[in-house]
Design a protein around this ligand. Structure first.
Ligand code: DX5
Length: 227
């Protein structure tokens, strides 16, 4: 099956949002053309941080976004249904956390949501390639998950390219996502490696002017894609 290449999408992460005015921030980037946001879910066990519950997916859906819920949790099979019923369009689990990867991904699709699979930096990309046909999104972490504002790990880009090659060779309709330390200095490298979904927290909501920051990232990503 030939699947049209996807134009790279910049996906602001709520993790860097100002919780006292998150709705306002969401509306502002939406007005600038942002259509997809990422909700980083952390349980203090799989990663040493605690973040959002399903209510933040509900908030983002209320503001009209396509939403991926990135579950950095020790028991993703138990948590996935909560985020699916909160309206997440994509529920992404970590290959390191699930007991049975194929059944976890099929379980998410059975809930009527798209299934994402993420790999931490030290996890070989073969762990995702082995079940890529079951994925609607494949996520390469460019930082150790748990906190925003970390340094982008450029040595993760070969994993992105391996995913890109497999998605294209198999004609899969699957996003290739990069998350962690994405910003103006490295987004072109991530797109050139084959990413078409770029999660950015600090580089958007961590900036004084998130709208300008979003627009600059998007322009850079599209330029790198030859737009
Ligand atoms: C890490 C988080 C972050 C977040 C993006 O666990 O997943 O990568 O989404 O944060 P920045 O863009 O600030 O690295």
């Amino acid at each position: 099956m030939i699947v049209a290449a996807k134009t790279p999408v910049v996906v602001p992460s709520l993790l860097a949002g100002d919780l006292s005015r998150l709705g306002e921030q969401l509306d502002s980037v939406k007005a600038a053309g942002c259509s997809w946001v990422s909700v980083d879910v952390m349980d203090g066990h799989f990663v040493p941080n605690l973040s959002f519950g399903p209510d933040f997916v509900i908030l983002a859906k209320k503001h009209g976004f396509f939403v991926d819920a990135h579950l950095m949790v020790a028991n993703p099979e138990a948590a996935a249904p909560w985020f699916a019923s909160a309206g997440a369009d994509i529920v992404t689990v970590h290959v390191e956390a699930v007991k049975d990867v194929k059944s976890a991904l099929r379980g998410i699709r059975a809930l009527g949501r798209k299934a994402g699979l993420a790999a931490k930096p030290r996890t070989p990309i073969d762990a995702i390639l082995a079940v890529l046909d079951e994925c609607d999104l494949a996520l390469v972490m460019a930082v150790e998950p748990g906190f925003g504002g970390q340094k982008f790990m450029a040595d993760m880009m070969p994993k992105v390219s391996a995913l890109r090659a497999a998605v294209d060779a198999r004609g899969l309709d699957c996003w290739v996502q990069v998350d962690g330390g994405v910003g103006l200095l490295n987004i072109s490298q991530a797109v050139a490696a084959g990413a078409d979904s770029l999660v950015a927290g600090s580089a958007v909501f961590g900036e004084k002017d998130p709208v300008a920051a979003f627009r600059a990232l998007e322009a850079k990503a599209r330029a790198a894609d030859g737009d």
